[in-house]
Design a protein around this ligand. Structure first.
Ligand code: NI
Length: 157
């Protein structure tokens, strides 16, 4: 396992769309293990592969002590609304409110290529939505209710 550098807003590739994973092999497992170590090192609740400069649809989340790996995740249903403050390891210290669904159902693959569905509410739902946005080059500041404040502080987009 190795720590990887976190790509920051304004750096190359963070805004690109990631490609689906095709091979559930050692390279993927190494990526996932490195991402876990990197997330823990930085006290994150989640991390997406483009944040470590890999443009593949891979995310990890850790909410309420449950660590989950999601490969090629897709939100298949969502319900309700919830507003909370978010931050992001790629964005620095700014935290801002984002409206997200309260409940989601997500379909994904595990590291061995087995498909599963998962239901999440509140912070788990929020965290998964935030990480899946990264796979499409979207950052929480783009949709934050506090975007004006972020921009006034000189925040990069
Ligand atoms: Ni993030």
């Amino acid at each position: 396992m190795a720590l990887r550098d976190i790509v920051k807003i304004g750096q190359e590739n963070l805004r690109k769309k990631s490609k689906p994973v095709r091979d559930f092999d050692e390279n993927l497992w190494e990526l996932l293990d490195d991402m876990k170590q990197t997330m823990h090192q930085n006290d994150g609740m989640g991390l997406a592969a483009p944040q470590v400069a890999v443009l593949r649809r891979v995310v990890i989340v850790e909410v309420n002590g449950d660590f989950i790996e999601l490969i090629n995740p897709e939100i298949i249903s969502q319900k309700g609304e919830d507003i909370e403050e978010e931050g992001c390891l790629s964005v620095g210290n700014f935290r801002g409110r984002v409206k997200r669904p309260y409940y989601i159902t997500v379909k994904a693959y595990d590291r061995y290529g087995y498909q599963f569905t998962l239901q999440g509410e509140k912070w788990l739902a929020r965290c998964i939505c935030h990480e899946i946005d990264h796979l499409d080059g979207i950052l929480f500041v783009d949709k934050s209710l506090d975007k004006d404040k972020y921009l006034k502080q000189g925040g990069k987009i």
